[in-house]
Structures are given as C-alpha cells and as structure tokens.
Design a protein around this ligand. Structure first.
Ligand code: GDP
Ligand code: IMO
Ligand code: MG
Length: 423
C-alpha cells in the first residue's frame, strides 16, 4: 500500500523513530504532521545514533523527500541547529521542505511555558518546556506567526512587536516574570528566515501530487495516543493530535488517501511527565526495566516511568487510530525479568472496565487486572525471523495482538535498524 501512517500508541517514546527509519528506506516521502521539538526520535544506523526533534526520520535516506507539515510548530533556531548537526555528520539535508503555514515558536512561548508550569504548582503537567503549548494556544487564538509571516521581514517585525507587547502584560502582570524586548530577538529571527527560505514551500500540493502519482508516502507521528489533546489523559497531554486523524489536518491530506495505520508500542509501558499511569511499577522491577531499557527521555533526559504492558491502552490505540498493524518494540528489554504481566482490563469496585475511561477521577478508581505469562532468559537481540524466537516470546506477542485486536507486524529486538523482525 502506498500511504502509511505511523503513530505512537501509548504515551510517546515507543520507538517511532526506528520504525520510520526502517520504513523510510522504501518510501519516497516522509511527513511530520504535528508536535514540534518536544519530540525526540532516535535512529541508529550504520553505527551512528541520531536524535531527531523536528526533521523527519526519513532524512537519512537521500532519495526521500522530507516534509514538515502545516500542523507542526517550528522553533527555527532548533531546526537550523539540527540541520547543521546532520550536515556535520555527512547527511544531505536539501531534501527537506517546510510548509509555509507551519507556526513559529517565539521566545515568549518558551518563557510562558516555564511560567505557566510554575504557576500550576503541584498540578504541573511536566511539559518539555519547549514552548509547544503556548505556540498552539496562539494558533487557536489566531495571533500566531507562521513561516510565511517570518519570511516577510516588515510583517514579521510588526507582528512580533505587537505580540511581545501583549505577552509582556501576561508575563509581568499575571505571572510576575520579566518583560522581553522584541529588539533582543527580531534580528536573530530574520537571520533564521534567510536560512530557512530555501526550504519553505506550500507542501500541500507536493504531497497531494505525490499520493496521486502512487508514490510511497509515510506519515511520521510524534508523541502518542494518550498524549492527544482530545483523546489523551487530559489535561496531562500535549497540545496537538498524535492520533492518526491528526495527520489529515496537519498535512492537508484527506482521510480517503490513507491506506494503512501502524501503531508503535513498547512491549511494556512508559511515560515521561506527570499524569495517571495504571500499570506503573514503582518498585525494583520498574527500576530494572528503566536501567535495562535505558528509559530516559530523548528530549529532556528525564527518567521515564515504567510499567507492565496495558492492553486497555493498546485496544484504545487500535480503536482511535484505526490501526491496521502494530510495531512492537523492545521485547529484548524484558529478557531475564522472570514472569511477565499484561493488564487485560481494570477493576473498578465490582465493575470490569475494558475501555480506557475519559475521566481521570474514574481512571483513579481503576485497578489493573493482570494475566501472568512466562518470561524468557534467551538473548533475542540477534534473532531476525519470528519463527526463530523462543516459544515464550512468540506467546507473549500473540497474546498482545489478541488482546489489542490488531496484528503485530514488526517486532523490535534492539535499537538498531537491523534489529527488527518483519512478519
Ligand atoms: P520515539 O520518540 O517513539 O521515536 O522513541 P525514542 O527514540 O524517544 O525512544 C525509544 C528508545 O528505544 C530509543 O533509544 C531507541 O533507540 C530505542 N529502541 C527502539 N526500538 C528498540 C528495541 O526494539 N529494543 C531496544 N532495546 N531499544 C529500542
Ligand atoms: P516523542 O515524539 C513522550 C509529554 C511531556 C508532557 C506532555 C506535555 O519523542 O514520543 P509538551 O511539552 O508537549 O507540552 O508536554 O507531553 N511529551 C512527550 N512524552 N514523548 C514525546 O515525544 C513527548 N512530547 C511531549 O513529557 O508530559
Ligand atoms: Mg521520543
């Protein structure tokens, strides 16, 4: 099939970068549709590790056209740094296009992200403090600055001054922070504009023409289903739409043009930042998973909270994104852990809950119901075909697909491009 969406089906950090990089080798176009540099996608190829925040993970393939879609929020300084980093590692970056409608993260967004988190006190979200939420707020308020505005120096200066004056009132009078001077960043941003100009385009017809020509197009999700602004564990979510539907608004492509949706999951569950997490392990096993799996955030370096695989969440991901397949990563991390647990549903008083609840108050009353499966001790990092995996591993994978209601089409046994089993 020609057009494929790849999304995170848990709380982000599922290993989307690795899966995109593998699939990108057979793709002609790779597109990001939402989020910004709150994302951190790790790709390990040819003995090198790349942490990509804004540039689509198809960049390592020089034949692939990479698009940053209209729904992404772009910090221009961060993007240019990432491009410089890639160039210094010998990666060709000319094959990148950024949509003119993409919103720009401004210095006041970063300041406000920090101040708003501080003001939330104990109820903080644990954001990445990259200015993502405040930038999407301006988009919805209709005062955002888009790439097409940044490329028009007079218009940019006017909007930047107007917004800074307005934001300074919020910064000083509401949050007690220090006012920003527009003069301190306008020149710097106009410099970014000059460097980004060659990459700017209306990407929507490019994408449409590519799809219509039958080209292989891959949509690269960021974050994950439970961080979705509408369907996630609100308010402990990000400000965009990581579910598959987000791809349509974030790239200007219609839903009838999407053929397949792959959901990336870890063989257990992790979460960075605050918010509910029913299967969280705050014990030795959780610590073991964190150490063996090197579970530290790719963007902020924060330790990731770890827990057992939650099939209620898996089913929710399958349902809300219409997943046609699952890519199940990090099976190797579970090696040597002893018996493994999978959450099949929640118990709320006398009631059995099988659908992920909307209300966090209801979710707090839920206790996971576990099924125990035998673990394995064999080293599986070198296995390259499903049939060669130990029976215990195969059973674990099969049980996950049964409980989630979608086929596991890829199995990850290590971080490298090659450490992946196709079924
Ligand atoms: P993303 O945000 O979804 O792209 O995921 P991240 O890159 O933030 O985090 C996933 C981490 O898991 C990265 O360090 C990957 O290199 C690593 N990874 C991905 N798949 C596997 C796997 O199957 N096994 C192991 N051990 N590590 C993996
Ligand atoms: P990738 O694409 C995991 C989380 C933050 C916080 C919440 C809101 O690498 O999987 P934000 O800065 O977006 O306003 O923070 O969302 N978050 C992520 N968690 N992976 C990510 O991206 C994330 N991007 C945001 O930790 O809880
Ligand atoms: Mg990540």
């Amino acid at each position: 099939m020609a057009t494929k969406v790849v999304i995170g089906a848990q709380w982000g950090e599922e290993g989307k970068g690795k899966i995109i990089d593998i699939l990108a080798q057979q793709s002609e176009v790779v597109v990001r549709s939402q989020g910004g540099n709150n994302a951190g996608h790790t790709v390990e190829a040819d003995g090198k590790q790349y942490k990509l925040h804004l540039v689509p993970s198809g960049i390592l393939n020089p034949e692939t056209l990479n698009i940053i879609g209209n729904g992404v929020v772009v910090d221009p300084g961060v993007l240019l740094e990432e491009l410089d980093m890639l160039k210094s590692q010998g990666v060709v970056t000319d094959n990148l296009k950024i949509d003119l409608r993409a919103h720009i993260i401004m210095p006041y967004h970063l300041v406000l992200d920090g101040l708003m988190e501080q003001a939330r006190g104990k109820g903080d979200i644990g954001t990445t403090k990259k200015g993502i939420g405040p930038c999407y707020m301006d988009k919805a308020e209709r005062i955002g600055i888009r790439l097409c505005d940044l490329l028009d120096p007079a218009l940019f200066e006017e909007k930047a001054r107007e917004n800074t004056e307005y934001k300074n009132k919020l910064i000083t009078k509401v949050f007690g922070g220090e006012a920003l001077s527009a003069d301190s960043f306008i020149k710097e941003y106009l410099g970014y504009a000059d460097r980004l100009r060659p990459y700017a385009a209306d990407t929507t017809p490019l994408l449409y023409d590519a799809v219509k020509a039958g080209k292989k197009v891959l949509f690269e999700g960021a974050q994950g289903t439970l961080l979705d602004l509408d369907l996630g564990t609100y308010p402990y979510v990000t400000s965009s739409h990581p579910i598959s539907g987000g791809v349509c608004v974030g790239t200007g492509i219609g839903p009838t043009l999407i053929d397949e949706c792959v959901g990336v999951m870890k063989a257990y569950t992790t979460r960075v930042g605050k918010g509910p997490f029913p299967t969280e392990l705050e014990d030795e096993t959780g610590e073991k998973i964190r150490q063996i799996g090197n579970e530290f955030g790719a963007t902020t370096g924060r330790p990731r909270r770890c827990g057992w695989f939650d099939a209620v969440i898996g089913r929710f991901g399958v349902r809300t994104s219409g997943l046609t397949g699952i890519a199940l990563n990090k099976l190797d991390t579970l090696t040597g852990l002893g018996d493994l647990k999978i959450c099949t549903g929640y118990k709320k008083g006398d009631e059995i809950v099988t659908d992920f609840p909307a209300s966090l108050t209801e979710l707090a009353k839920c206790e996971p119901i576990y099924e125990t499966l035998p673990g394995w001790d064999e080293d599986i990092t070198g296995v390259r075909s499903f049939s060669e995996l130990p029976a215990t591993v195969k059973n674990y994978v099969k049980r996950i697909e049964e409980l989630c209601g979608a086929k596991v089409i890829m199995v990850g046994v290590g971080p490298n491009r090659e450490q992946n089993i196709l079924r």
